[in-house]
Design a protein. Structure first.
Length: 124
């Protein structure tokens, strides 16, 4: 038994020192993990902030594109309206030109017939 007690004492002492070393290593690892976790949280905060900025810019660009599309549709509608008005003006111009041609032709006939009419009235 006298031999077992010193052996057991050495075993318990080495076990206690191993347990202490393990505890210190675990505390060091825990502190390191806490620092890494804090760094990751800070990085995630920066990423979140940059994403928020990107989302804001994307929403602004989307609004500008929507405005440009709305303006383009309005310009297209205005152009179509002007084309319809122009077609009406061209049709009216064609009718007026035909009317003027007929009026000039009738006036020419009247001018050509006037001497004959005056001659017939004078001879009576």
């Amino acid at each position: 038994m006298s031999r077992v007690l010193p052996l057991a004492d050495r075993f318990l002492a080495s076990r206690q020192s191993n347990d202490e070393a393990n505890r210190q290593a675990l505390e060091g690892a825990t502190a390191h993990m806490a620092a890494v976790t804090e760094g990751l949280r800070a990085d995630l905060g920066q990423v979140t902030a940059s994403h928020a900025g990107l989302y804001r810019q994307m929403n602004e660009i989307t609004a500008k594109v929507d405005d440009a599309a709305r303006d383009a549709r309005a310009a297209k509608d205005a152009a179509a309206s002007l084309e319809a008005k122009l077609a009406g003006i061209v049709a009216t111009q064609a009718r007026l030109q035909l009317l003027l041609t007929v009026a000039v032709a009738l006036l020419a006939v009247v001018v050509l017939l006037l001497p004959f009419l005056f001659h017939a009235v004078a001879s009576r």
